[in-house]
Write a protein that binds this ligand. Sequence first.
Ligand SMILES: Nc1nc2c(ncn2[C@@H]2O[C@H](COP(=O)(O)OP(=O)(O)OP(=O)(O)O)[C@@H](O)[C@H]2O)c(=O)[nH]1
Ligand SMILES: [Mg+2]
Length: 717
Amino acid sequence: MKIYPTQNIRNVVLLGSPKSGKTTLVETMLYEGKVIDRRGSVEAKTTVSDNTEIEQIYQRSIYPTLLYTEFMDNKLNIIDTPGSDDFVGGVISAFKVADSGILVVNAQQGVEVGTEIFARYADKHKKPLVIGVNQLDHEKANWDSTIESLKQAFGNKVVLIQYPIETGPGFNAFIDVSKMKMYRFKDDNGTREELDIPADQRATAEELHAKLAEMAAENDESLMEIFFEKGELSDEEIRKGLRLGLAKTDIMPVFCLSAKKDIGVKRIMEFLINVCPTPDMSKHLLKDGTEIACDSNGPLSIFIYKTALEQHLGEVSYFRVMSGKLKEGDDITNPETGTKERVSIIYAVAGKKKEKLTEIVAGDIGCTVKLKSVKTNQTLNGGNKEWVFQPIQFPPSKFRTAIKAKVEKDEEKLGEILNKANAEDPTIVIEYSKELKQTILSGQGEHHINILKWHLTNTHKIEIDLFPPKIPYRETITKVAVADYRHKKQSGGAGQFGEVHLLIEPVVEGVPANNKFKVDGKEVVLNVKGKEEYPLDWGGKLEYYNCIVGGAIDARFMPAILKGVMEKMEEGPLTGSYARDIRVFVYDGKMHPVDSNEISFKLAGRNAFKEAFKKAGPKIMEPIYNVEVMVPSDCMGDVMSDLQNRRAMIEGMSSEKGFEVLKARVPLAELHKYSTTLSSLTSGRATFTMKYAEYQQVPAEVQDKLLKDYEASEKEE
Ligand SMILES: Nc1nc2c(ncn2[C@@H]2O[C@H](COP(=O)(O)OP(=O)(O)OP(=O)(O)O)[C@@H](O)[C@H]2O)c(=O)[nH]1
Ligand SMILES: [Mg+2]
């Protein structure tokens, strides 16, 4: 393949709801670009893009796939992304390297929740979108309602470049109101005729053309002047206006497509080349905020946006050249780790098909293999450059599960593989929770995790169990209580003796500790001699007061008592969860001249604390999450009643362009597999986000159940 200069490269991400036809579209684009001479299909598991075993099993895209195609002396780097919300990480990483996108909309459905979500992400990343209304050949295709839903969702950004003469199986022609031509297709292989617009379509076409010219003109003053003067713009002027409007993400031009029948595909490719932004138009910032120009004569720098383990190749690193030129054999350095890497080979990529390049320039996307230690989101520079590009910001996870190898000897290997999985897909997060004593695996949804499970079983031959993760409950108290405990042991030689009297009360933020208390109706006054305050790793704090009078307990035993209390705070008296926000006043006790030692006081402190805790109106607290659900209006009732069954507090509802946005606070304990339920309630048409909010006391019946469960599990052990 020849070396394409920056101006002749277009980087385009394909986005859209599941099954809208992205993979089929890129297949046809490769065919039009003569990268392949026969088109495969998703059903036959023969597409270039969905080339992994797991994608073929599920007949859907799972990974973002890079595919080049050559057209009109330009190189198009297309990134085909998965439509399912579970794999959104791949879409987000594609935004980092693409300069524009095609939002593929299924003409059977019109705008779906997924369409809207991806458009939002594109907006956030300031990437212009072209809309491809696909599947117009399908008998259920509905052009008018699709356009209506597009206008509802994206308002007056939507501008028609084309419209079909007929939809359904008879779809074989559309009017292009930019070129003012009709394109008619003779076969399913993209053979087209360019014809004059038939008389009965002229009025509609002219009206839409005028609208298009006006929208194009609005992006530039000189165009505006021409438009007012002549009431018209030339083809070239319309292109210029659209190019400006697209770059500002002010317009979303709409095209007609049947990816399957190769109708409209060539025309959208021409538009990508003639009008869509070139790589040097995107802004790329370093971590320190400096903007780096995409200049092939600048210093060499590449950004790794994806890594993957591929058959026959090993570790493959996908990158965009951010600046300069990368040549075969170049040495580049990772400024963050100091690691030097040699690029022994460079490939242009069309899925599995890799075409060797001797050089690749700024703005182009490719891959290399066998780098020593490169991860997604890293920058590699030539010379001594210290450039580090801003990393891709992956969305927080919304599905948690505990994971364990079925046989213990696999645990170590499992850990290694999971760490690698995270390096390849940063939306897979692994964390060992010391508190829960579980390895917690998080991802974007159950399907996301199941794909990983499939790889563990099939690729790595490790059998695992997935099970609901424990909830990080907290324990606290609600009132004052006292307790005393004598630890005494007389066995053979030296005995053990320690007696501790203590009082506990809840820490209430903003209410300082007092020395007067009411305990069981009696007034108690303590003589506070010292106070220590300990913020706790798991949130909240412990305040520890020394109120000993008359030397009842030696000062040297006070740390041991604290240690005992702390041990019980770490394994709360109710359910073994962390305790928080408690004041402990040690006010009396007894020593033995010979038998008292630290261990005795630690045990006495621990047990006195435990007894007092149980009398002090103990409560279990649970983590509450802010949940925001985006749901089509017709599913609202089901989603709402499901949330209510999850002890949700509905906080608000608002309508947004055909969807309802529901805000609620939901206990984490009730959110297990929420993404799966939501998906089945709405046939995958809804989405949600969740974010930790605060700890709240659990309702009485939940507390009772937790206490019983804990008791039972203690007995078992
Ligand atoms: N009739 C018709 N069917 C199409 C067209 N494009 C795609 N399909 C079919 O729609 C289904 C989904 O197509 P894909 O290309 O896998 O869709 P996708 O958007 O890549 O789906 P995900 O990867 O799951 O997000 C397949 O059965 C295709 O054959 C089209 O233009 N017309
Ligand atoms: Mg696909």
